[in-house]
Write a protein that binds this ligand. Structure first.
Ligand SMILES: [Zn+2]
Ligand SMILES: [Zn+2]
Length: 304
C-alpha cells in the first residue's frame, strides 16, 4: 500500500461522474479500498465501483470509508474465457452474500494461490533465489497474480521497476495456466447474484457480431469508456451497444499511481448511464448496507 498524500485535490464541485473500474490491494492494485475512496472524493466523483479480480473482499472497507459521501457499487472482475481467449467480465451491483458467486470466486482465488506458487517455482528455476518467507510476505491477498511477484522483485532489488520485472522475468510466466470460467458461467453467476454483467475493455478485434453473440449468452453491458481507447472506437462501441440493447459502462482500471492516464477518475460514465446499469440489476445492494465478505479460503479448502 502506498501514500496518497501527494495527490493534489482537484478543485471544483462534486461531479455526477462514476468511475466503475478500480483495483485495490485486495487484488493487484497499489491503493487500499479506503485510499481509492479518498482519491475518488478528491476527484469529485459521485460513485465508484471496486472491481478487484475475482474477489469482493474490499467492498466492506470501501463502503465504510465512503459513508454517505460517495456511492460504492459492489463490483468484481471475473477471470473468464470466451473462444479460448481470456475475457474479463465485470459484475456490478452483485449481492456480496450470494453463495454461488462467492464460492466460484473462492475457487478462482484458490487456483490463483496455487498458480502463484507454481510461478515462484518457475522463477527459482530461472535462478532467482526467493526465500519462502519473503514470498509469503508479498502474498498479502487472496487474489494473487504476477503483479505481486513483480512488486517483490522490485522491493528486493532484483528488478529496477515493475516494467523491468515483467519483461525480464514474468512475461513467460503468463504461460502458467490460469483458471478461467467459461464466460457463459461467469455471466450466469453475476446475473444469479442480482447483478449486471459487463465486458471489460473489449479487445480491438471485437466486432458487432462478437457483442451480439455475448448478448445471447446474457451479457448486459460493455465497457466503452476506457483509458487509451480511440475516440472513433468509443463511438463505434457506443453505437453497437445502442443497436443491440446493451448498457454502457466505463472506468479508469486504476491499479495505482502509474500509469498516470489510468488514475482514479480518468475515465468515467455519467450518472444517467450509472442509473441505467442500476435499473438492470435485479436487486441492487443498498450502498448503506455493508456486508463483510468471508475470505474465500474459509469457504473453499485448498486442494493438496
Ligand atoms: Zn489487474
Ligand atoms: Zn481491471
Amino acid at each position: 500500500m502506498i501514500s496518497v498524500s501527494s495527490v493534489a485535490k482537484i478543485p471544483g464541485r462534486r461531479t455526477s461522474r462514476a468511475d466503475l473500474h478500480l483495483h485495490s490491494t485486495r487484488s493487484d492494485g497499489a491503493y487500499s479500498p479506503s485510499q481509492l475512496v479518498d482519491l475518488a472524493r478528491r476527484s469529485s466523483l459521485a460513485a465508484v465501483a471496486l472491481t478487484d479480480h475475482d474477489t469482493l473482499s474490499g467492498l466492506a472497507e470501501a463502503q465504510a470509508a465512503a459513508g454517505t459521501s460517495l456511492e460504492v457499487v459492489p463490483g468484481v472482475e471475473i477471470t473468464s474465457e470466451y473462444h479460448t481467449r481470456e475475457l474479463h467480465l465485470l459484475g456490478y451491483f452483485v449481492r456480496p452474500d450470494n453463495i454461488p458467486l462467492v464460492t466460484a470466486l473462492g475457487r478462482l482465488c484458490v487456483h490463483r494461490n496455487q498458480r502463484f506458487w507454481r510461478m515462484v517455482d518457475r522463477l527459482r528455476g530461472l535462478g532467482v533465489s526467493l526465500a519462502d518467507e519473503e514470498v509469503r510476505a508479498c502474498a498479502v491477498t487472496e487474489s494473487l497474480g504476477r503483479r505481486h511477484l513483480a512488486d517483490l522483485l522490485v522491493r528486493t532489488h532484483r528488478a529496477g521497476s515493475v516494467r523491468e520485472a515483467f519483461s525480464r522475468y514474468l512475461a513467460d510466466l503468463s504461460l502458467v495456466p490460469k483458471l478461467r470460467l467459461p464466460v457463459r458461467e461467469a455471466i450466469a453467476l453475476v446475473v444469479g447474484a442480482g447483478g449486471v454483467a459487463a465486458w471489460a475493455h473489449p479487445s480491438y478485434d471485437c466486432t458487432r457480431k462478437t457483442l451480439s453473440e455475448l448478448r445471447l449468452l446474457g451479457l448486459q453491458a460493455v465497457e466503452v469508456e476506457y483509458a487509451g481507447m480511440r475516440p472513433s472506437r468509443i463511438h463505434e462501441l457506443r453505437c453497437w451497444a445502442r443497436e443491440l440493447g446493451l448498457a454502457v459502462t466505463g472506468g479508469s482500471d486504476c491499479h495505482g499511481p502509474e500509469p498516470l492516464h489510468r488514475s482514479v477518475g480518468s475515465c468515467s460514465i455519467s450518472s444517467a448511464e450509472l442509473d441505467e446499469l442500476r435499473g438492470m440489476a435485479r436487486s441492487p445492494w443498498p450502498a448503506s448496507r455493508v456486508v463483510v465478505v468471508p475470505p474465500c479460503a474459509a469457504l473453499v479448502p485448498a486442494e493438496e
